[in-house]
Design a binder for this molecule. Structure first.
Ligand code: SME
Length: 156
């Protein structure tokens, strides 16, 4: 797990546009961790989660706060691990293959500004210590966004 975190950290370059880091981290998680079919970010713009960089099939563009797994995690400022998406009330199905999901809030200046969303085609896919690894990856992204604020007009 330490090696994976180091690899993720090495993908985050503070001198480049944040979109580049978010895109690369999405692709790395999608293709390096087993059985991941979608990984990406949603960011709050005008109080609605809007699709950011991702790797996977095209996804829904806007998710209201409190809706779906992403909107619920953002509204509650809480990581949500869903072993069976069919049992999560209001789950938004973007990829019909997704069976389980992990959503981790992303913060800036102590406020939720978005989420990192990871989907798997395998039921009950997400467990420790991988959840901790992915939480640390989200924290690294938070750190990079705090330093390089060049483009985001986060209005949370
Ligand atoms: N399943 C998410 C929607 C986003 S896609 O999985 C990419 C949700 O319920 O919020």
């Amino acid at each position: 797990m330490d090696d994976l975190l180091k690899s993720m950290e090495s993908l985050i370059d503070l001198s480049v546009h944040p979109l580049s880091n978010l895109s690369n981290l999405s692709a790395y998680i999608r293709f390096t961790l087993p059985d991941i079919n979608w990984c990406g970010f949603y960011f709050l713009l005008d109080g609605v989660l809007q699709l950011g960089p991702f790797c996977g099939l095209p996804a829904c563009i806007m998710i209201p706060l409190g809706r779906g797994v992403c909107g619920t995690a953002a509204a509650a400022d809480q990581m949500i691990c869903v072993p069976d998406v069919n049992l999560f009330p209001g789950h938004i199905a973007c990829d019909a293959n997704s069976r389980s999901e992990l959503v981790i809030p992303v913060h800036l200046d102590g406020k939720v500004i978005g989420v990192m969303d990871i989907d798997s085609s395998v039921p009950d896919r997400f467990h420790e210590p991988e959840i901790e690894l992915l939480t640390k990856a989200a924290e690294r992204i938070e750190g990079s966004l705090a330093i390089n604020r060049t483009i985001w007009a986060f209005n949370v």
